[in-house]
Design a protein. Structure first.
Length: 480
């Protein structure tokens, strides 16, 4: 059984045997494929090795030592099979955009990647973005939905984008994707860190482990001397900066505490925010067409990425005044009696708090929020989010999000335990309709939790549902 280094990858023709593809899914194996037997929480990939061999696999890669072959198919060892898969995919799909920037953090990844793409496009580059809302290409086409796809899909997508002429790509780097080595083999030019708050504690045992997964972007994937853009005002900024310094990265910090782009003021204005900041000794004052301090922060992290990757500051900052929000991120869908209705993806405590704080200036009278929490995910955040909603909003309606396999009433009860006075309406469409029906002039409403999503997961089924469409339907039905 030959051992492979973690960075080992098969070329399209390894030795005398042509390699037709690479996969970790035994069902996808075709003659000539290399099957990577990955260990998971519920199963061991080696259990599926005989099926892969029977389907014509040219070789099997695994971490566990075994006899030299399975059904005549050679078994190769790798100290890190997940990383080996990613590097194999990178060799099999070798083309990548020339400039790739990865963004990690709890909140703001989607917006920051979207803004980075928009700035590059404004500067004349063929730019794309990849993340939670899919792959956004120069043509405007979008597809996919995983924050960080599996490594084979990821590298195939990078190869296709490069083949279509994309030169600049901004991509989200989730903690799951980093921990599972999905980004290994991506030739990064820069990385960014937005912030850290409670999330994904159903996957990561502790907040420290969650941070450690995100820091892998800076401690492993970026090479010494490459730039790392950090939101200096975010939690864990100091730890991230220290990790970058230890790796020998060039730190570019942004925010009120930033050394490279220092925010002096963010003031709410009609249609956005007046943003004042300093860069390289020069003052800038511009109208950002985005609401909220956190959106200003995301926009400047994006600006920092573009500058760190080689774009001229003047053009980058001019492009900030043309930005548009990512789908489902503080997106204004319509209004009733002059009261605006927003949809936002906030599904974690820190994000919900920031969204409600950002919308407070838009509500001369009542700020209304409709939200729920997902099932089979971190249950500890439910009362935390209930408390935030009760404290930040004037009217709270607790509804279902994606209950998955859990009892939806139990999820709502956990939220309501910390939200005295909140109203409970389990049916999400009815909750949205009820909130819109109560709107008066001077109010503002945000429907939080699902953002751009077009399905609701109930049990093992995905039911068609969109907050955006539910809002529009209610507005039509209640039109006066």
């Amino acid at each position: 059984m030959r051992e492979l280094l973690p960075e080992f990858a098969f070329s399209a023709a390894e030795g005398a045997r042509a390699v037709a593809g690479v996969t970790a899914d035994s069902r996808a194996v075709r003659p000539g494929f290399v099957f990577f037997a990955l260990s998971g929480v519920k199963s061991d990939g080696l259990d599926f090795a005989p099926a892969a061999a029977g389907a014509g696999a040219a070789a099997i890669v695994a971490e566990q030592a075994m006899p030299g072959a399975i059904s005549g198919v050679p078994v190769l060892a790798a100290r890190d099979a997940r990383s080996a898969l990613a590097f194999a995919a990178a060799r099999f799909y070798p083309r990548q955009p020339a400039v790739i920037a990865a963004v990690t953090g709890t909140s703001g990844k989607t917006s920051t990647a979207a803004f980075t793409r928009q700035i590059w496009a404004k500067l004349g580059h063929q730019a794309a973005a990849m993340g939670t809302t899919g792959v956004i290409k120069p043509s405007g086409a979008a597809y996919g939905s995983l924050t960080t796809p599996d490594p084979v899909t990821l590298h195939k997508t990078l190869d296709e984008l490069a083949g279509e002429g994309v030169t600049h790509l901004a991509m989200e780097a989730s903690s799951h994707g980093l921990d599972q080595r999905r980004l290994d083999g991506v030739r990064l030019a820069a990385g960014a860190f937005t912030n850290l708050s409670r999330d994904h504690l159903d996957y990561h045992a502790t907040l420290d482990e969650y941070l450690a997964a995100k820091l892998r972007l800076f401690e492993v994937l970026l090479a010494p001397g490459q730039p790392a853009v950090i939101n200096a005002d975010g939690d864990a900024a100091d730890k991230t900066t220290a990790a970058c310094a230890a790796r020998g990265l060039r730190v570019f910090s942004v925010g009120a505490k930033g050394a490279d782009i220092r925010i002096k003021a963010v003031r709410a204005r009609a249609g956005g925010a007046q943003l004042r900041f300093v860069h390289d000794g020069r003052d800038y004052d511009l109208l950002l067409p985005l609401a909220g301090d956190f959106m200003a922060s995301n926009a400047l992290v994006a600006a920092g990425l573009c500058i760190a990757a080689g774009s001229a500051p003047a053009g980058v900052f001019a492009a900030l005044e043309t930005l548009s929000g990512a789908p489902g991120r503080l997106e204004k869908v319509g209004e009733r009696r002059g009261a605006p209705v927003f949809v936002d993806y906030a599904h974690k405590p820190d994000a919900l708090e920031k969204v409600l704080a950002a919308l407070r200036p838009a509500a001369a009278k009542r700020l209304i929020v409709v939200f729920g929490c997902g099932g089979d995910r971190d249950a500890g955040k439910r009362p935390i989010m209930g408390e935030i909603a009760a404290r930040r909003a004037d009217v709270v309606i607790v509804t279902d999000d994606n209950p998955r396999s859990e009892n939806s009433a139990s999820i709502r009860a956990a939220i309501l335990s910390a939200a005295p006075g909140a109203r409970e309406i389990g049916d999400r469409a009815e909750a949205i309709r009820a909130a819109i029906a109560m709107l008066e002039a001077g109010d503002a409403l945000v429907v939080a939790g699902k953002g751009h999503e077009t399905g609701q997961i109930v049990g093992d089924k995905v039911l068609a549902f969109s907050d955006h469409e539910a809002v529009l339907a209610a507005l039509r039905d209640l039109a006066e």
